[in-house]
Design a protein around this ligand. Structure first.
Ligand SMILES: C[S@@+](CC[C@H](N)C(=O)[O-])C[C@H]1O[C@@H](n2cnc3c(N)ncnc32)[C@H](O)[C@@H]1O
Length: 427
């Protein structure tokens, strides 16, 4: 998870990425799709906060929103108006994000900003733990029922001796206590619920990931850009609980949709969610660096918010694995953080804050890479590879095509647009 701002962003009277309305519409569509006689309860509806927990969560949402939205704008203004002119007068050049980082390090405003942002992030996840703990036994029953009854026909394949990569176990990634993988009891789903519900607090109940906002953007663009591509089988890497797969299933009717992740609690939870919704998704616990899928198995491989959390050496292996798993003419589209040379100094500084402060040690190193070069090294053709900003569905309901980098009014990643990179495998 990254700290981008996905709350509605209003500029000149235009609301960019009105995620609240979109989330509501998506929720309605999901509920309509759910079989009226589903045997599987909605696992997500089981944890219920008390009045005080809810009040705490609302506070955390507002704090986090302040830390990610208003405060960075104030910090930027202070930097431009006070810090930078003083340093420039002493002959300093501030032409890269590291220089900005160094200049701000001792500043009180920066220290307050960082403290607030760090704590707001952590508090969002902590604020849902109690309700998850109370609901855990019932949630586990739902998972077991989903596995036994399997009404939608999806699947869940976990591996008892699975080795979770050290870059996941070594630290609580993005300050989520327990990270993606920790299990406290048999058939545990606690971490999945903490991540799902905590993300809603994190985004003020408007999680784009709850109902697959990014996947809507990417699937709309794929249909526009590659009308000949009719995926029969697709894969989502680092799928967490598979919510990002649902829009693809809708966009490409009949597609056999697979999601892999290293965290067993996430996959159990995803299986229960999908079986409740009546959507057959296939979850398996696999390391994306090396999977058990055959060669040329998929027409489409996607990911969202994934690569910035794995080291660059693993990224290279995963892209090569994508190339192996893709059919000729198949497509990879990975939504990620924009590379360093695509955005300005301040934006680079803003994104890279997470590297040191948010337990995301691979962040800056990933953004240092040329994504097209990464694809080429993995076996893809340069001329078929791309790095683009795609229009958000809420902000640009009528636009499917990508922005040109120099296009006037092009939105920033996370503010009306979404950065993706990828490639089409040669036929
Ligand atoms: C930030 S989350 C992705 C969020 C999700 N794709 C979404 O859009 O909401 C990163 C995910 O990647 C998973 N992951 C990390 N390393 C992995 C690997 N080598 N193979 C498969 N999954 C991995 C983590 O367990 C976690 O669920």
């Amino acid at each position: 998870m990254l700290l981008f701002d996905d709350t509605p962003w209003v500029q000149n009277g235009v609301s960019y990425g009105d995620t609240a309305i979109q989330a509501m519409e998506d929720l309605m569509s999901l509920l309509e799709r759910a079989p009226k006689t589903s045997h599987i309860a909605d696992i997500e509806a089981i944890p219920v906060p008390t009045h005080d927990e809810y009040a705490r969560q609302r506070f955390c949402s507002l704090l986090r929103r302040h830390a990610i939205q208003e405060f960075p704008a104030a910090l930027e203004a202070d930097f431009n108006e006070r810090v930078a002119p003083a340093l420039k007068a002493q002959g300093e050049t501030l032409d890269n994000w590291r220089a900005v980082d160094k200049a701000l390090r001792g500043e009180n405003l920066y220290r307050f900003y960082s403290t607030l942002r760090y704590n707001a992030q952590e508090m969002c996840f902590l604020s849902v733990q109690d309700e998850v703990e109370r609901a855990l036994p019932e949630m586990i029953e739902v998972v077991r029922a989903a596995v036994d009854l399997n009404p939608a026909g999806g699947s869940l394949a976990l591996s008892l001796d699975f080795e979770i990569p050290p870059y996941v176990t070594a630290l609580d990634v993005h300050l989520t206590p327990g990270c993606f993988h920790t299990e406290y009891t048999a058939d545990d789903v606690a971490q999945a619920a903490v991540i799902s519900l905590g993300s809603r607090v994190f985004t003020a109940q408007q999680s784009h990931r709850s109902w697959g906002g990014v996947a809507k953007v990417v699937s709309r663009w794929i249909k526009h850009e590659y009308p000949d591509l009719q995926p029969k089988r697709m894969l989502d890497l680092g799928t967490t609980s598979g919510k990002n797969l649902l829009p693809y299933v809708e966009a490409f009717p009949g597609v056999e949709a697979h999601g892999i992740d290293v965290g067993a609690p996430l996959l159990r939870y995803g299986h229960a969610l999908a079986e409740h919704a009546g959507v057959p998704l296939h979850f398996s616990q696999q390391n994306a660096e090396k999977t058990n899928f055959p060669d040329a198995h998929f027409d489409l491989i996607v990911s969202s918010f994934f690569f910035h959390e794995v080291p660059v050496w693993a990224t290279r292996k995963i892209l090569a694995e994508c190339h192996r798993m893709l059919k000729p003419g198949g497509l990879i589209v990975h939504q990620e953080l924009p590379a360093h040379d695509l955005v300005d100094v301040w934006e680079n500084y803003f994104w890279n804050w997470d590297t040191r402060n948010n337990n995301e040690p691979s962040y800056t190193a990933f953004r240092d890479q040329d994504p097209i070069e990464l694809c080429v090294k993995a076996g893809f053709d340069r001329e078929n590879s791309f790095a683009l900003i795609l229009p958000d569905v809420g902000a640009y309901p009528d636009r499917s095509n990508a922005f040109a980098w120099e296009e006037p009014g092009r939105p920033r990643h996370g503010r009306g647009g979404w950065y993706v990179f990828g490639s089409r495998k040669a036929f």
